[in-house]
Design a protein around this ligand. Structure first.
Ligand code: BJW
Ligand code: ZN
Length: 242
């Protein structure tokens, strides 16, 4: 006899900047993704920070100020409900904005870190605070006086192996992968949905544009995630009799 849990699909979700676009958080790539005259992708590197920590901190401080006023949108809310109702559900995000947690998601695998946490470049000091603006810039370690940096993953830096392994396991065992608001260009995050596909599962993509993943996704829901995800979930929930 099957238990109620066994009839429910295992679901893994990968989110990117596009899920927070409807909340007013700027994305990295594409229209509106520019900060001053700089390309955000070029500021998210250890080289940029070594060259000009003040400039890189101004970029992160500006983003902290923007994000501080943003509220989760209906797409974030759907993922909170899914976590509550599905016994095998994993939310993996590339976002550093904290909006999944603010919405009420309890377990979130943060692949690229957290913009609200600062850590020392020299000692083990680490602190989470929502202070905006930060003053002075760049901030310095209260323990040793060296530079603090945002606790995020820049290009060329390794993701936390324990976090990434947990994400890989979730996508490998998932019957269904939802990929929401990511350009699917940045690795190793972008490889996750392919693990579901290789293991015989289904990929549903929610994006305002086609991405390199769209060719292998089983279905692309074209449009803002905050508009396309809630009706999809309402139907799916009904189908699962939840
Ligand atoms: C909507 C919407 C709405 C809009 N609704 N949708 C060549 C091949 C493969 C890999 C590499 C390569 N060359 C270099 C690499 C490695 C590199 C990489 O992937 N580069 C590629 C760009 C080519 N990767 C790395 O360096 C990673 N580390 C690594 O590989 O380490 C190796 C190593 C091992 C051992 C020791 C040492 C090293 C690290 C990657 C870290 C990425 N970091 C950033 C910054 C984080 C901090 C911060 O936020 O500032 O992460 S970069 C930036 O990109 C950020 C994002 O999380 C990430 C992904 O962006 P995302 O979320 O997809 O956003 P966008 O803007 O690209 O897309 C938004 C999407 O939303 C669009 O598609 C819109 O259409 C859509 N959209 N409105 C739904 N309303
Ligand atoms: Zn220190």
């Amino acid at each position: 006899m099957s238990t109620p849990d066994e009839r429910l699909p295992r679901v893994a979700v990968l989110t990117g900047a596009g899920i927070s676009a409807g909340s007013g958080v700027p994305t990295f790539r594409g229209a509106g993704g520019l900060w001053r005259q700089y390309d955000p992708q070029e500021l998210a590197t250890p080289q940029a920070f070594a060259r000009d920590p003040k400039l890189v901190w101004e970029f992160y401080d500006w983003r902290r100020q923007r994000i501080a006023t943003c509220k989760p949108n209906p797409a974030h809310q759907v993922l909170v409900e899914m976590e509550c109702l599905l016994p095998d559900f994993t939310l993996v995000t590339q976002n550093v904005d904290g909006l999944h947690a603010t919405a009420g998601s309890r377990r979130v695998l943060l692949l690229h870190g957290d913009i609200w946490t600062l850590r020392c470049t020299a000692c083990s000091f680490r602190e989470t605070n929502r202070q905006t603006p930060l003053n002075p810039l760049p901030p310095r370690c209260p323990a040793c006086g060296h530079l603090l940096r945002p606790d995020v993953v820049w290009f060329g830096e390794a993701l936390d192996p324990a976090v990434f392994d947990a994400a890989r396991r979730a996508f490998r065992r998932a019957d269904l992968a939802l990929v929401i608001g990511t350009s699917a260009l940045v690795y190793p995050a972008a490889e996750l949905p392919y693990l579901t596909k290789q293991a015989g599962g289904t990929i549903l993509e929610f994006n305002t544009e086609c991405t390199p993943l769209s060719a292998v996704a089983d279905r692309l829901f074209l449009g803002p995630g905050e508009e396309t995800l809630p009706p999809w979930w309402a139907d799916f929930r009904r189908h699962l009799a939840l």
